[in-house]
Design a protein around this ligand. Structure first.
Ligand code: GSH
Length: 204
């Protein structure tokens, strides 16, 4: 497999999972500005829409969308427990959480950080993101996780999105956000997370 990424973008989430599971997967950096890959190829040949992540599969074909790539990676090592078994309610709860992060947090954050977004719209986005983060906060208290009692592929996704809060002028350490900042610090200490962050920063 090959994962196309841009440092600190949403591709960080599948990158972390690749390292959590020690999957055979190469990484290729994509320039957000030029849409060229590190080897000089046109990334739009991989994803015509130009955004990361994209996962090239060993059997051929490309898988797009964070919320699909994450469970695909988890299913490569089902015994590791990063995805609940197919057909269980827990599995559907995982998909619900991935979809929630993708639509209620990830996309609003993209618009919040877009310089073209007008200020009144940014204020509305900040407000809505805050509501959604406060909704998640209770389940993250103590050693809680976002999609159930244990660490799943949804946690690196939330970790990645929370990393953008500072750029959207949202202070997750402030009152009202419960243990969000502690949750993010807890995840940041995982060896796979540390390794992914170090690898991405060394390729910038
Ligand atoms: N729906 C896509 C969105 C991916 C996305 O928003 N990627 C951003 C980085 S977080 C990106 O590459 N933006 C650059 C662009 O759209 O040209 C997914 O969930 O995978």
């Amino acid at each position: 497999m090959k994962l196309y990424f841009t440092p600190a973008f949403c591709s960080l989430a599948p990158h972390i999972v690749v390292r959590e599971l020690d999957l055979p997967c190469t990484l290729e950096r994509v320039s957000n500005r030029t849409k060229q890959t590190a080897s000089g190829a046109d990334y739009r040949a991989v994803n015509p829409l130009g955004y990361v992540p994209a996962l090239e599969l060993d059997g051929g074909g490309v898988l797009l969308e964070v919320a699909a790539i994450l469970p695909y990676l988890g299913d490569q090592r089902p015994d590791a427990g990063l995805v609940p078994a197919h057909g269980t309610v827990a599995r559907y709860q995982l998909h619900a959480t991935l979809n929630f992060i993708a639509t209620e947090l990830h996309k609003p954050f993209s618009y919040l950080m877009n310089p073209a977004t007008p200020d009144p719209m940014k204020a509305a986005l900040r407000d809505r993101i805050g509501t959604c983060l406060r909704h998640l906060a209770p389940r993250l208290a103590g050693d809680g996780h976002v999609a159930g009692p244990t660490y799943t592929v949804a946690d690196p996704y939330l970790f990645t999105v929370l990393g953008w809060a500072q750029f959207g002028q949202i202070d997750i350490a402030s009152d009202g956000f419960g243990d969000l900042a502690a949750y993010r610090s807890r995840l940041a200490a995982r060896p796979a997370v540390t390794a992914a962050l170090a690898a991405e920063s060394s390729r910038t």
